[in-house]
Ligand binder design. Structure first.
Ligand code: HEM
Ligand code: HEM
Length: 186
C-alpha cells in the first residue's frame, strides 16, 4: 500500500514547506548574487567562504525539504490557471529541486580537486571533507556550476515575476499560499 501523503490545510502550503521555501530562497539569492558578482566586487569576493558554507547548508536543507515534500501534497492551483501554465509551473518546480541539489554538488566537487584546495569551513565550526573526485570531473563540475548558476538566476527571476503577476495582476491568492499568516482565496 502506498504511504499516506498529507494534504495541505485550507488551500495553502504546509508550514514545513513554507519554512523550507523561504529559508532556502534567501540562502540561494545570497549565493547567486555573491557568486555572479564576486569577481568584480571585492566586498563580495571576501564572502566566497560564506558562499561555500551557505551552499553546503542549502544541500542539507534541500534533502530535508524533498523528504518533507514527498509526504505532503501541495495545495491544488486555482481552477482558472490554464493547463499550459500548470505544466510549466510543475516542470519548473522539479527543475528547481534538481538545481538545488546540482548547484551545491558541482560547487563542492569543483573545490575538492582544485589546484590549491582550500578547506571548506562551515561557519568556523568544522571543515567539510572534500569529495573524492578527479581533476577532470572537478573541471566539468566547475563549468556546470557557472552555466547552471546563470540558468538558475534566470529561472528565479521568472519565478518571482510569475509570483508577482499572480499577486498584483491576477489577484488569485497563489502567492498567499506560500506566505504564513495571510489567508489564501478559495
Ligand atoms: C545553492 C548553492 C549554490 C549556488 C546557487 C551557487 C551559485 C554560484 C554562481 C552563480 C557562481 C558564479 C558562476 C559564474 O562565474 O558565472 C558561483 C561561483 C562559485 N561557487 Fe557557487 N553556488 C552554490 C554552492 C557552492 C558550493 C557548495 C561551493 C563550494 C563548496 C561553491 C563554490 C563556488 C566557487 C569557488 C565559485 C567561483 C568560481 C570561479 O570564480 O571560477 N558554490 N556559485
Ligand atoms: C531563489 C529563490 C527561490 C527558489 C529556489 C524557489 C523555489 C520554489 C519551489 C521549488 C517551489 C515549489 C514548491 C513545491 O510545490 O514543492 C516554489 C513555490 C513558490 N514560490 Fe518560490 N522560490 C524562490 C523564491 C521565491 C520568491 C522570491 C517568491 C515570491 C516573490 C516565490 C514565490 C513562490 C510561490 C508563490 C510559490 C507557490 C506556487 C504554487 O502555489 O504553485 N519564490 N518556489
Amino acid at each position: 500500500m502506498a504511504p499516506a501523503r498529507a494534504t495541505s490545510p485550507a488551500g495553502r502550503y504546509s508550514t514545513g514547506a513554507i519554512w523550507f521555501h523561504w529559508i532556502i530562497a534567501l540562502l540561494v539569492l545570497f549565493n547567486l548574487v555573491v557568486g555572479i558578482f564576486h569577481e568584480g566586487v571585492p566586498a563580495l569576493r571576501a564572502l566566497m567562504g560564506t558562499h561555500k558554507a551557505v551552499g553546503i547548508t542549502v544541500l542539507a536543507l534541500t534533502l530535508g525539504r524533498i523528504a518533507w515534500r514527498l509526504g505532503h501534497n501541495p495545495p491544488p492551483l486555482p481552477g482558472e490557471v490554464a493547463g499550459w501554465e500548470r505544466t510549466i509551473a510543475q516542470g519548473i518546480r522539479w527543475v528547481f529541486y534538481a538545481l538545488l541539489l546540482i548547484m551545491p554538488l558541482t560547487g563542492w566537487a569543483m573545490v575538492s580537486a582544485s589546484a590549491k584546495p582550500r578547506p571548506i569551513a562551515w561557519f568556523g565550526l568544522f571543515d567539510v571533507p572534500f569529495l573524492p573526485v578527479t581533476k577532470p570531473i572537478a573541471g566539468t563540475a566547475h563549468e556546470l556550476h557557472e552555466t547552471l548558476g546563470l540558468l538558475f538566476a534566470g529561472l528565479v527571476l521568472l519565478h518571482i515575476a510569475g509570483a508577482l503577476r499572480h499577486h498584483l495582476l491576477l489577484k488569485d491568492g497563489v502567492l498567499a499560499r506560500m506566505i504564513p499568516g495571510i489567508a489564501p482565496k478559495r
